[in-house]
Design a protein around this ligand. Structure first.
Ligand code: UT7
Length: 329
């Protein structure tokens, strides 16, 4: 598998820490020192579907493909206005694509789970080009009166197009059921045969998630590097889920790596859940920061508790002329 196109889209409204301090008992100093976030983008006028479609169109353009060339759409999403149909189906319609679509909810780890699924689909040899779009609006899950959760999240969409190739060097997923540290319950319809169900906006035990995230990410990174037979010296960049700058720094400390290998955009966008890595990847691609042959480690963690990491060789060369191959990862 290899990535041949990237795209992203963010909401137009930038909500600064100062703006939050007007509606919550918080302040810029606390938010920026504890999280590294200065502002986040929040959906106001636009819809999540519009962001997902725009990110997907950009990724297709970057891959030099059209909607008709897409053989499968995988959409990583936690909430949107529709419970059904899946957001992937809505994106398909807006793009004018004609291919099977599937949604996956693996919270913040969704992009790595989508890569894993895409690799398996490509491995079957039935599809050539897969669009992965991660579109998230955690602003619709958090309690905007709760300062401990609302300040860290942001909305956004990141997309990639993947095709057959030999650039995915290793990939590893884990899931360990742990509901209490991070969950969100949606209000469901009245049913005359059951008691009214209580629901809760996003609940997070930040300290527990922090510890689980650091331990899991360090372990996952070591696992995928070992499986890919790469050393730290060979890694160009570590693209970590943008959850908290302190989490990224702690993981970097454990690995004993240089700061410049850990690109960050959390200060601008906050934690955009599964969209954070593909948005970061797109920014780096568009800024020309990625060179053919760069070895990238990507690592994410989130509710579930689910985690995933992979080692991917970057190559932005077009593959349109290459015949489909049923190659192994
Ligand atoms: O994508 C995966 C999902 N989530 C994560 O990755 C989150 C992981 N966890 C974290 O990033 C951090 O735990 C947080 C940023 C959420 C919190 O940072 P912390 O250093 O663990 O702070 P804390 O929860 O221990 O709170 C310290 C203090 C508390 O006050 P007291 O009890 O010491 O008086 C909080 O009430 O900070 C207070 N506090 C705030 N103060 C000002 C909590 N939120 C805020 C706030 N503004 N927004």
């Amino acid at each position: 598998m290899k990535i041949i196109g990237t795209g992203s889209e963010l909401p137009s409204l930038a909500v600064t820490n100062e703006m939050l301090s007007e509606i919550l008992d918080t302040n810029n100093e606390w938010i920026s020192t504890r999280t590294g976030i200065s502002q986040r983008r929040i959906i106001s006028e636009e819809s999540l579907t519009e962001l997902a479609v725009s990110a997907s169109k950009k990724a297709l353009k970057n891959a030099n493909l059209e909607a008709k060339d897409i053989d499968f759409i995988i959409c990583s999403n936690t909430v949107n206005n529709y419970v059904l149909p899946g957001l992937s189906c809505i994106v398909q319609g807006e793009l004018g694509a004609h291919c099977p679509c599937i949604d996956l909810n693996s919270a913040c780890s969704g992009f790595i789970y989508a890569l894993y699924m895409a690799a398996a689909y490509l491995d079957m040899g039935k599809v050539k080009n897969i669009l992965i779009v991660c579109a998230e609006e955690p602003s619709k899950m958090v309690d905007w009166h709760a300062r401990d959760t609302s300040v860290i999240f942001g909305d956004g969409a990141g997309a990639t197009v993947v095709t057959q190739g030999k650039n995915l060097k290793s990939i590893h997923l884990t899931t360990t059921c742990a509901i209490e540290p991070l969950y969100y319950q949606r209000e469901l319809e009245y049913n005359p045969y059951t008691h009214k169900q209580e629901f809760k906006p996003l609940v997070m035990n930040g300290k527990d998630v922090y510890k689980m995230a650091v331990n899991a990410s360090v372990q996952d990174i070591n696992t995928v590097m070992k499986e890919a037979h790469v050393t730290q010296k060979e890694i160009s960049f570590y693209l970590l889920h943008q959850a908290n700058v302190r989490i990224i720094e702690t993981i970097r400390d454990f690995l004993g790596e240089n700061e410049d290998k850990f690109p960050k955009n959390i200060h601008k966008y906050g934690n955009t859940s599964s969209a954070s890595i593909p948005i970061l990847l797109d920014e780096m691609n568009m800024n020309g920061q990625l060179k053919d042959g760069d070895i990238l480690v990507m690592s994410a963690f989130g509710a579930g508790f689910s985690t995933g990491a992979c080692v991917m060789e970057w190559s932005n060369r077009m593959t349109a002329a290459e015949p489909p191959q049923n190659n192994k990862m």
